[in-house]
Ligand binder design. Structure first.
Ligand code: ADP
Length: 786
């Protein structure tokens, strides 16, 4: 060790062992002192000359180090400031002065006092040779490098460092600025030779720099990685946003182009077409989320999907049409002929603005299914719209687009559904159309059905005329009486009356049963329904002119049978009269079979309602009174008047009828028609009521096997009435043997099936006396009176 330039001074000064830090000469630093011994040392030093010896503890964790626990080379320092901190510790600011070495520890308590050698020197004594010069430059370079790599050292220090001429000081300064391990600090402190000290520092710094470089590299790598990930994420998000923006726009443009292309292909009036194209363009201008775009889309969808010029080709072949009608419907010969004629005329006169067919008859007689067959035989599409209870014109003509949730009307909807502009379009229940404050659907319908107007039918939603003139309209109704006259005028009425039991039986066996078996996935082997069982269903489970409930009951049988087959694992289910109740429950109806007893004052009439014919028993009681006429059983005005006409006839002809001519003075007559809940009206019970009254007044019984229908005049003439077929069928069901009908209804008898004709005797009557002759039992023959 070249200590020759050093001046050595021996001194006894207090000592403080430092934990985890070193102090170099020229270094100014503050630290907190907490250990009692150290505080004592500080206090002693302040009393003397403020000098203190600072050396590093070998193991910083030791609280109470002994002499062997600290390095013996340290720094003689000067205390510059002391500040008492709360809690008893002291913050000191000190400045390193020179190196020192412990020779001896003079005392350990109450503080360490060491005998040291202090090494000082003069700047001018230093000889700087080339080696030292070079080493100094290396250290400065190292420091520069260190500063650029480490963020912990301020670059301004470089200037201070480069100006230092003293190699020893240079190292001490640099060492105090860079962060070194305690052992390295100690190695520098213990290097008294300047060159050696420079070399040590150079080595240490090189090592440090290398570590810093590695650190930096790692850092960079991590940073690059992080920033790469971040950048990619950011770019990707941006790309997505751009793509979305472009894509949505593209999609919208494409959608609009699509609409426009389709609209351009449509054959529709130019003006409306332009309007539709404009609407499509508006989609581009409106915000995609606005409610209006939804309405526009709905509108455009309707426009492009409507069959503007799609027409199915008619196949008019009478032979095959007849075949279709015959295979799908039993009987109805006249109806089928009328329909074939209708089709034939179509063939001869293309584009005929012909009348509209109106199928009139009770429910379930096959009006709808005939209309379907017509469509099938013409090779046209079929759509059906029920008019029952439609009050709102908008249902027919649609709502304006400004209306929330607006939609086109049913006509346009169904045309779209049919996919062609010339379907068979069935208006069901045209007689049930009603009108109220929401507009008059009948007049809208009139426009639809009017061949002069319907080629420009304009739905409120579409606001574009659609040609309905190619549509074949068919309507159905239960009666014609409630069809608005202007509508009825345009229609050709085809009446379908109810079926006889025999016809129902055939329809059931040939059509309904096979159809229901198929619908329930059953075969003939799975389910057999005996003929008597079918008749039982007809007579005891249904009471109708048509076959709707019959079909429903057959469907019920099929459903229960299917369940049984699946559940009980049986192969075949046989339904017969004996077990029918297991499938359908107890019989619902019992036909009012005609009383087999002849009674006074009880006559059987025949009524005709919208749901078919009925037998009607009319009862009359005559009792002492004041000549009052009482009518009960919910009778309509026409029926009441008809009763009064009968009474007048009786009064005028009392003598001939063998009745006292002033019978009405002290007699009350009560006419009652049972089943009061059902409203009854019409003049056709006229002769029946008169007969019952005469029977009651003369006390002659009426033949219970006779039924009658006919209007009566004051002169006793019998006038024709409607619904003969229905009435006859009802009488037949009730077991009537003889029916009196007005002579003018003779032609109606042609419609009566032969089977019925064989069982019933028809008497054509034209005056009341004839009626009485047939109906009243000849005296003495009276089996019972009431
Ligand atoms: P409507 O329209 O007159 O009320 P539907 O056409 O709905 O009656 O007929 C009810 C059911 O009865 C349908 O399944 C139909 O096929 C059937 N039907 C009615 N009449 C006949 C018939 N003459 N031949 C075969 N099936 C019939």
């Amino acid at each position: 060790m070249k200590k020759d330039i050093y001046k050595i001074v021996e001194r006894d000064i207090p000592l403080i062992p430092l934990r985890g830090m070193s102090v170099f000469p020229y270094m100014v630093i503050h630290f907190d002192v907490g250990r009692e011994k150290s505080i004592n040392a500080l206090e002693k030093s302040m009393i003397d000359d403020s000098l203190i010896f600072l050396c590093s503890q070998i193991d910083p964790k030791k609280d109470d180090p002994s002499i062997d626990d600290f390095y013996h080379v340290g720094t003689v320092s000067k205390i510059k400031q002391m500040l008492k901190l709360p809690g008893g510790s002291i913050r000191v600011l000190i400045e390193g002065v020179s190196r020192g070495k412990i020779i001896n520890i003079k005392q350990e308590e109450p503080f360490f006092e060491a005998e040291i050698e202090e090494f000082t020197y003069e700047l001018e004594d230093i000889k700087i040779d080339k080696e030292i010069e070079a080493a100094m430059r290396l250290v400065v370079d190292d420091f520069e490098e260190y500063v650029t790599l480490s963020s912990r050292v301020s670059p301004e220090l470089l200037l201070t460092i480069t100006e230092i001429e003293d190699p020893g000081r240079l190292v001490d300064m640099v060492a105090s600025y860079v962060y070194l391990k305690p052992e390295d600090n100690q190695r520098i402190l213990e290097a008294f030779d300047f060159y050696e000290r420079l070399e040590i520092l150079h080595l240490i710094l090189q090592e440090e720099i290398e570590i810093l470089e590695i650190e930096e590299k790692i850092n960079q790598r991590v940073k690059v990685q992080i920033s790469k990930v971040q950048k990619e994420y950011y770019l990707r998000e941006q790309m997505k946003a751009i793509q979305k923006e472009l894509g949505e726009r593209d999609e919208l443009v494409e959608e609009v182009e699509n609409y426009k292309e389709k609209i351009n292909k449509i054959k529709m009036p130019k003006e409306e077409k332009e309007k539709a194209l404009d609407e499509a363009d508006r989609l581009l201008r409106l915000s995609p989320n606005s409610a209006e775009t939804g309405v526009i889309r709905t509108y455009l969808d309707w426009i492009v999907e409507l069959p503007w010029d799609i027409e199915t080709k008619d196949k008019i072949n009478i032979k095959s049409a007849r075949e279709i009608l015959n295979t799908e419907h039993f009987g109805l010969e006249d109806v089928k002929e009328r329909i074939l004629e209708f089709i034939a005329i179509r063939k001869l006169k293309k584009n005929m603005k012909g009348p509209i067919l109106c199928l009139v008859g009770p429910p379930g007689v096959g009006k709808t299914s005939i209309a379907k067959s017509i469509a099938k035989s013409l090779n046209r599409k079929f759509v059906r719209m029920s008019l029952g209870g439609i009050r709102d014109e908008a249902e027919i003509r649609g709502h304006r687009r400004t209306y929330v949730g607006a939609m086109p009307g049913r006509i346009i909807s169904l045309i779209k559904k049919s996919g062609s502009k010339n379907p068979v379009f069935l208006f069901d229940e045209i007689d049930k159309l009603s009108s109220d404050f929401r507009g008059d659907p009948a007049s809208a319908l009139l426009e639809v059905l009017d061949p002069e107007q319907n080629n420009t039918f304009t739905d409120n939603f579409l606001e574009a005329p659609f040609d309905l003139s190619k549509v074949m309209f068919i309507t159905t109704a239960n009666t014609t009486s409630s069809i608005p006259a202007p509508l009825l005028d345009r229609m050709e009425v085809i009446r379908i009356s109810g079926y006889t039991e025999e016809e129902k039986f055939n329809i059931a066996m040939e059509h309904l049963l096979p159809k229901q078996l198929k619908e329930h996935g059953l075969s003939k082997e799975n389910l057999s329904v005996s003929e008597p069982a079918v008749r039982d269903i007809i007579n005891n489970y249904t009471r109708e002119a048509g076959v709707r409930n019959l079909e429903r009951n057959i469907a019920n049988v099929c459903r229960k049978a299917a369940k049984k087959i699946v559940e009980d694992d049986v192969k075949t289910v046989r339904v017969n009269r004996g077990n029918l109740a297991n499938y359908l429950g107890v019989p619902k109806y019992r036909y009012d079979l005609a009383d087999d007893k002849n009674k006074v004052g009880v006559a059987t009439g025949l009524a005709w309602t919208a749901v078919g014919g009925e037998t009607l028993s009319i009862e009359v009681n005559c009792m002492k009174g004041t000549g009052k006429l009482q009518l009960t059983g919910k009778l309509g005005d026409v029926m009441k008047e008809s009763a009064m006409a009968g009474i007048s006839y009786i009064r005028a002809n009392s003598e001939r009828l063998n009745i006292e001519d002033d019978f009405y003075k002290d007699m009350d007559i009560h006419i009652h028609v049972p089943e009061g809940a059902i409203p009854k009206d019409g003049p056709s019970a006229g002769i029946t009521m008169a007969t019952a009254v005469i029977s009651a007044l003369t006390n002659r019984a009426i033949d219970s096997s006779v039924a009658m229908t006919g209007e009566i005049t004051l002169r006793g003439r019998v006038l024709p009435v409607g619904g003969i077929k229905e009435k006859v069928l009802a009488a037949h069901r009730a077991g009537i043997k003889k029916i009196l009908i007005p002579i003018e209804n003779k032609s109606d008898l042609e419609e009566i099936p032969d089977k019925v004709k064989k069982k019933i005797e028809f008497i054509l009557v034209d005056n009341m006396l004839q009626v009485l002759d047939e109906a009243l039992i000849i005296e003495g023959d009276n089996s019972e009176s009431n």
